[in-house]
Design a protein around this ligand. Structure first.
Ligand SMILES: Cc1cc2nc3c(=O)[nH]c(=O)nc-3n(C[C@H](O)[C@H](O)[C@H](O)COP(=O)(O)OP(=O)(O)OC[C@H]3O[C@@H](n4cnc5c(N)ncnc54)[C@H](O)[C@@H]3O)c2cc1C
Length: 329
């Protein structure tokens, strides 16, 4: 086993998941401590442009499994392809994004490569024995589970999106290593025939670095337009409270909270959201929280870095105008 750290670069149709590049940042920090180099693994079809960007992001070696059969994501084939790349690279540590794909593929890869696995981690360190230590929030962020890996085995961890910064893109000169992919009799057991995307071109709340969320106070789906306008001006995603989703103002795929999605963006703007404990469970890990609410006693202000006591129907359009003006220079 080398002292290298390999990052799985999750991509769909050539678009890299930001969380995968953020895992590269985590890998670079760890590589400074292990003395190894940062490698990347890409699985897919026609992934040359993906490799170009990963090279700029600072990977020293890129393991590429490129085959027509890998054009559509499939847990069985992707796990086998990634496991083959890991076997070839033989890294001490493997990181990947704690995304839906990461959740699906990581246990299969851990089994195949005889690695220990810690999921949804937000902090890492290297112990005195040279092995990975990882921290993962549990009980909705109220406590941390500290994981110490065994130095004698490969160490694998998924990284919660938006807990590490995006890498700068000034790198060059990565070594590219092609890893062959060949069909397996088991592949026929699970075949991806079609992928139907929901949500149109809108960003998913878990993948955006800025989330603008509306609550029940929006009163209708139509009124959510002002939330979308602010989110678009900021290049962010739209979230919603459960009350807003239950009322039919937004689909449940946008719900943030205990029974919705957990988000940790750089900036979370809560518009007319009371801040019930179940909502906070899904967003309290955000880097900066802004709350807009007419009620100065609303619980959301207890977790907010900046609070605006006011009517969202007046404040949100003003913010959108200010953002547009600032962007126009
Ligand atoms: C088991 C369980 C799981 C749950 N899971 C979730 C979950 O995942 N996510 C979630 O969000 N909730 C969840 N809930 C529901 C949660 O308890 C709250 O009911 C819900 O979050 C309230 O949504 P809200 O803040 O949009 O609405 P409200 O509680 O009705 O709050 C509306 C807020 O808007 C403010 N307001 C009103 N008008 C304006 C205006 N014009 N401008 C500015 N502010 C205004 C009000 O002062 C108020 O604070 C769960 C509940 C249970 C029991």
């Amino acid at each position: 086993m080398t002292k290298d750290i390999l990052v799985f670069i999750e991509q769909r149709d050539g678009t890299i998941l930001p969380g995968a590049l953020q895992a590269l940042t985590a890998a670079k920090e760890l590589a400074g401590k292990t003395g190894g180099k940062v490698a990347a693994a890409i699985v897919g079809s026609g992934v040359g442009p993906v490799a170009d960007r990963v090279e700029k992001c600072g990977a020293a070696a890129i393991y590429i499994v490129d085959a027509e059969a890998l054009a559509k994501y499939n847990a069985v084939t992707y796990a086998r392809a990634l496991a083959d790349a890991i076997t070839k690279a033989d890294p001490q540590i493997v990181l990947l994004a704690a995304s839906f794909m990461g959740r699906d593929v990581s246990p299969r890869v851990a089994i195949r490569t005889d690695a220990g696995l810690a999921t949804d981690c937000t902090a890492f360190d290297i112990g005195d024995d040279g092995a990975l230590n990882a921290s993962r929030p549990i009980f909705n962020g109220k406590a941390f589970n500290h994981v110490r890996f065994s130095a004698s085995k490969r160490q694998m961890a998924s990284v919660r999106p938006n807990t590490f910064a995006m890498p700068d893109e000034s790198g060059s000169g990565a070594e590219r290593i092609s890893v062959p992919f060949s069909a397996d009799a088991n592949d026929a057991k699970s075949v991806t025939k079609e992928i139907n995307r929901t949500g149109g071109d809108e960003k998913d709340v878990t993948e955006a670095s800025i989330v603008v969320t509306g609550g029940r106070s929006l009163k209708s789906e139509e009124n959510f337009k002002i939330i979308y306008e602010l989110a678009h001006a900021l290049d962010g995603a739209v979230g919603a409270s459960r009350a807003a989703c239950d009322a039919g103002y937004q689909p449940h795929t946008r719900q943030v909270g205990l029974t919705g999605k957990t988000v940790t963006p750089q900036l979370y703007i809560a518009c007319g959201v009371s801040g019930a404990i179940q909502h906070l469970a899904g967003m309290r890990g955000s880097r900066r929280i802004v709350a807009i609410n007419t009620d100065p006693e609303a619980p959301i202000f207890s977790v907010a870095d900046y609070g605006i006591v006011g009517d969202l129907f007046k404040v949100v359009p003003l913010l959108t105008d200010a953002v547009k003006k600032a962007k126009a220079g």
